[in-house]
Design a protein around this ligand. Structure first.
Ligand code: ARG
Length: 594
């Protein structure tokens, strides 16, 4: 069943046609004044000019024709010709019953399904994840879930940063530091058995070592050109296939990935593919040939570039550097070759890149090059940029020491806060320690994710753990708390053998909750079309507070009549189902109790 807004639009369209008015103006929207009406139509004003009739006059004709329609209980005309609708309790009851019976909680599926790839997370080998990766993971995961829910075939790819200069740098730093490791390099270079070597490498490299070496090596490469050149050489050797370096690199990738996956899973973030920049390596050579044949790749000061500037550009966009003057593949080149790889393997109709807004130029360069080369159809590559998570100083969040905040530390911090909050609120006190920990983790994830997703992704926001973890206000923990309240009512009803039954909307608070439930479909569609989960977040919050108001106004177990109890139980269950759907689309979930 379609939502009430569309049902009303359909009814209004019939009337417009009967009155000889252009039907495209028959659209009905949710009311700007919920105190006066549920829905409204501004069509009379819009058509007045073409119809050469005063808007109020048109509105009156529409009102007359729609009077007595089973969808509406009142139609009023306000001002110069706004038409206000109140939906009938019968129509609302039918719609809410439909939502209660639908496994999709009232949300529709798109008419056609598309193959969509979502590139998000973007973690790097050995470099700790920072808040940009956190936002990318949170937003990307939610967009993926929303797309999947609408019926698209989605593939989420981490696009692991496992190639390029930082790899050569780490190889130099690690072999400089550890003579055993450089012995292994000599061993393999001299034709030693790689299986034996792999075992040795396995015992010589761990994540702590990489995280310790990387910042030091990066700083040294900036200051010391000899060192930098050695790292560049190592990068080129790695990329062109020097076996000893590949073996070390493989171990870098393994240890980083294991740790990163743990972090991502703690946040309910999962990838269908964990491909990396390195996976594009073998495509780089053929791609360069192809680009050359298409006369797109041209030499420029020792490098090979693709010019992507357009005449109508308002500001100058530099060319895409495909091969650097040292002969190594650049970030833009691996991204371009990755598009080729994705086309060959999945043939996506759309690729969404959930990456920090500050990389907008990079993606514009890559996309233009891909369109020029015919690797993707114009408009099928889209950068889903986002703002930063800031500290109290308004700058991208840093630790007190001024460094990047590791994701792991952020999660731990939030968990500690969630435990305090639960205790403060007197929640979970009677639970076993293990169950309490599980709930604290769920509260922490909800706090972080909802704080992020409730803002339109383009805006930046300030990291405020106190506010994020509060059980009151527009927060993730508030949503969980309301979900748990419904669950406990339903549990009690089940224990007492109290059945649910047909929904009948009577009271104002039931109407209000019913109208919110009806709005879920529109919220999901808007989030989908704008690639912006905040519309789902907003809906989840309205729903949670709508339930809370309903519960305050309409006792459930305490309702005097059995059929009222049964109806309210069913309404509460429908609200819970939709709330759990919504928060699942945001990427978190509610505990059973707390
Ligand atoms: N690894 C990159 C970084 O840390 C992000 C990757 C984003 N995705 C992409 N296809 N370039 O900045």
């Amino acid at each position: 069943m379609t939502d009430l807004r569309r049902q009303l639009t359909d009814a209004n369209t019939v009337v417009f046609a009967e009155l000889g008015l252009p039907v495209e103006f028959a659209r009905v929207t949710t009311s700007d004044r919920p105190d006066l009406a549920d829905f409204q139509s501004n069509g009379a004003m819009a058509v007045a000019k073409v119809a050469k009739r005063p808007p109020r006059d048109i509105a009156l004709s529409i009102q007359e024709k729609l009077a007595g329609h089973p969808l509406v209980s009142a139609i009023d005309i306000a001002g110069v010709g706004f038409i206000n609708f109140r939906v009938s309790n019968d129509a609302l009851t039918r719609r809410v019953q439909d939502i209660a019976d639908s496994p999709r909680a009232g949300a529709s599926e798109a008419a056609t399904s598309h193959r969509v790839m979502i590139d998000y997370g973007g973690p790097n080998v050995a470099k700790p994840m920072h808040v940009g990766h956190l936002r990318s993971s949170i937003i990307g995961e939610s967009i993926k879930r929303i797309y999947r829910f609408r019926g698209d075939v989605t593939l989420g790819d981490a696009h692991f940063g496992d190639w390029g200069f930082q790899m050569g740098l780490l190889i130099v730093a690690a072999t400089d530091e550890n003579p055993d490791l450089s012995d292994v390099v000599t061993f393999i270079d001299n034709g030693g058995d790689t299986a034996t070597a792999a075992k040795a490498i396995d015992s010589l490299i761990d994540l702590d070592m990489l995280e310790r070496l990387y910042p030091v090596a990066a700083a040294q490469a900036k200051a010391d050109t000899d060192y930098r050149d050695r790292a560049r050489k190592a990068t080129a050797d790695l990329q062109s296939g020097r076996e000893a370096y590949r073996a070390i690199w493989r171990q870098f990738v393994i240890v980083s990935r294991v740790a990163l996956e743990r972090e991502f899973h703690a946040l309910n973030v999962d990838f269908d593919l964990w491909k990396g920049e390195s996976d594009a390596n073998d495509l780089l050579g053929p791609m360069a040939e192809d680009l050359t044949a298409k006369t797109l790749l041209v030499p420029d000061q020792g490098a090979q570039i693709v010019r992507i500037a357009r005449e109508d550009d308002k500001r100058e966009l530099p060319p895409l550097i495909v091969v650097s003057s040292e002969g190594s593949a650049m970030y833009g080149a691996t991204d371009l070759a990755t598009i080729v790889d994705r086309r060959n393997t999945f043939d996506p109709e759309l690729i969404l890149y959930c990456v920090d807004q500050r990389q907008a130029d990079h993606f514009e360069q890559v996309f233009r090059a891909a369109y020029l080369a015919g690797y993707a159809a114009e408009g099928t590559l889209e950068h889903i940029g986002f703002g930063t998570m800031n500290g109290p100083d308004g700058k991208p969040f840093k630790t007190r020491e001024g460094g990047v905040l590791k994701l792991h530390d952020l999660i731990e911090m939030t968990r500690a806060k969630a435990r305090d909050r639960l205790k403060e609120a007197g929640l979970g006190g009677e639970l076993e320690p293990e169950a309490f920990e599980d709930i604290a983790m769920k509260v922490a994830v909800a706090a972080l994710k909802f704080a992020d997703l409730q803002n339109y992704r383009g805006t930046s926001y300030v990291f405020d753990l106190d506010r994020f973890t509060s059980f009151e206000g527009k927060t993730g923990p508030y949503l969980l708390y309301q979900a748990v309240r419904v669950k406990s009512v339903l549990r009690r009803a089940a224990e007492e053998g109290e059945p649910d039954g047909p929904i009948i909307i009577r009271e104002q608070a039931e109407r209000d909750l019913g109208l919110i439930l009806d709005g879920f479909d529109a919220a999901v569609i808007e989030a989908y079309e704008k690639k912006a989960p905040n519309f789902v977040a907003e809906h989840a919050y309205r729903l949670a507070s709508g339930f809370s108001k309903f519960y305050a106004a309409c006792p459930i177990m305490g309702a005097p009549d059995a059929d009222v109890r049964a109806s309210r139980l069913a309404l509460a269950a429908a609200a819970l189902k939709q709330l759990e759907r919504a928060i699942d689309l945001l990427g978190f979930d509610a505990p059973e109790r707390m």
